[in-house]
Design a protein around this ligand. Structure first.
Ligand code: DC
Length: 212
């Protein structure tokens, strides 16, 4: 079984992905981390984020062992990831890695922007998570402060809105719900409420297919 979770920055899709994977005993891939890793390697090299050749070679040299690096979590790296992820060749290089991850047994949960539309269009369950931008900004600000980073909620909100705009309007694999995705509005749900809602969606799909 493949579960695809897409949604805008800070909508809570990563947490939902992790919890769903744990619930069903599947593997989990936060695909944002891949684009963040490419962006970080350009930033470390002092390179232009629009340098296609360098971005592609960074994508080809990705080391999944480093995906847990906490330095990938910052707002600055997220914003840079939004820029490099609009480069078509970068997305092309990263496509097969994501598909291979999705197809390995026993099942997988992938979260990102284009999982249900491009990476796994045949996913068994597709969930599109939305949340009010102000709620997302508040959550991101609290997370950043908990990591000891400086964070101003108004600036985080601006960054989130800029990122939404870029991710939704890029020419390749823009952020949008797949036609067969279930919408989950996470604005007024706490983590447990969101997890319950996501499990209910998965169970409804399984029941409709006659598998328990
Ligand atoms: O989910 P995130 O904040 O970690 O993602 C960082 C950026 O990476 C996001 O703004 C756009 C890009 N991204 C993407 O284009 N496709 C994905 N499947 C995941 C992330």
């Amino acid at each position: 079984m493949i579960i695809a979770i897409d949604g805008p920055a800070a909508s809570g899709k990563g947490t939902l992905g992790k919890r769903l994977a744990r619930h069903y005993g599947y593997r989990h891939l936060d695909t944002g981390v891949i684009y963040r890793a490419v962006a970080k390697s350009l930033m470390d090299a002092g390179a232009d984020l629009n340098d296609e050749m360098l971005a592609v070679s960074a994508a080809l040299e990705l080391d999944p062992e480093k995906f847990g690096n906490p330095a990938l979590k910052t707002q600055a790296v997220g914003a840079a990831a939004s820029v490099v992820s609009a480069i078509p060749q970068v997305r092309q290089v990263l496509l097969s890695f994501q598909r291979r991850f999705a197809e390995d047994p026993p099942g997988a949960v992938l979260d990102g922007r284009d999982i249900g539309t491009v990476i796994c269009p045949n996913a068994d369950v597709k969930i599109f998570v939305v949340a009010d931008a102000r709620v997302r900004a508040r959550r991101r600000t609290l997370e950043a402060k908990a990591r000891g980073e400086e964070a101003d909620e108004a600036a985080v909100l601006e960054d989130i809105l800029r990122r939404d705009e870029r991710d939704q309007n890029r020419a390749i694999a823009p952020l949008k719900p797949a036609a067969d995705a279930f919408l989950l509005d996470n604005s007024n749900l706490d983590i447990e409420g969101g997890v319950r809602a996501a499990i209910a969606i998965v169970e409804a799909v399984r029941a409709s297919r006659g598998s328990s």
